[in-house]
Design a protein around this ligand. Sequence first.
Ligand code: APR
Length: 229
Amino acid sequence: MKKVVVLTGAGISAESGIKTFRDSGGLWEEYRIEEVATPQAWGRDPYLVQEFYNQRRKQLLEAEPNAGHIALARLEEKYNVRIITQNVDDLHERGGSTRVLHLHGELKKARSTSDPDLIYEIDGWELKMGDTCEKGSQLRPHIVWFGEAVPNIIYAARLASEADIFIVVGTSMAVYPAAGLIDYVPQQVPKYLIDPNAANISWIRNLTVIAEKAGIGVPKLVEKLLAEA
Ligand code: APR
């Protein structure tokens, strides 16, 4: 089976009702990154940070995977599909994809502030100050904040370098190291970028831009790839 590696961003979940970050009306217009998504913010006002992610989690519990997520799961019928997502939602998993690598963490999980290996599923939407790990340390959202290392990037870069087909969906390609993953994909490998307002990466070889929403563009591309397999 050919290996299809898919890099997704907030755009693939937009039609599920989850706001993107940098579009007009996006989350970073409503909140300041420095106030809710950095280790310094956590040090200064952990209540505000918890509240921000609690709201995101609450919204996620009401969201459903859309046609884009579901189509990517169908691709597994004929391809070895590896999804690398910048999203912290679980809509790929709920859409049926079986191998999903989260670069920026997972909203439904909490992590110990004293031992990064202690990771827990959050029951419901709320993580509170006073909620602790088994060693008694405060739990924080299992999210990679700005300024923190992205532990899964090494694994993601290896996946990108092994791709036979590379697909990017719904990301502004503004945040590194995720945006640099496409540079690990060999030149001759066909690449597709699905985004109604696609970032300009025209220097990338063998790139086809599909300027459509994920809910339309992904199923179309998946049909084509399934027919070709
Ligand atoms: N279908 C496909 N793409 C869409 C759709 C849609 N329905 N709606 C919007 N988009 C595209 C936008 O055109 C834009 O290119 O999704 C992209 C969203 O970009 P960002 O908001 O910057 O999201 P993302 O690239 O995922 O951000 C990367 O930044 O703040 C951090 O950690 C956060 O993982 C996130 C990272």
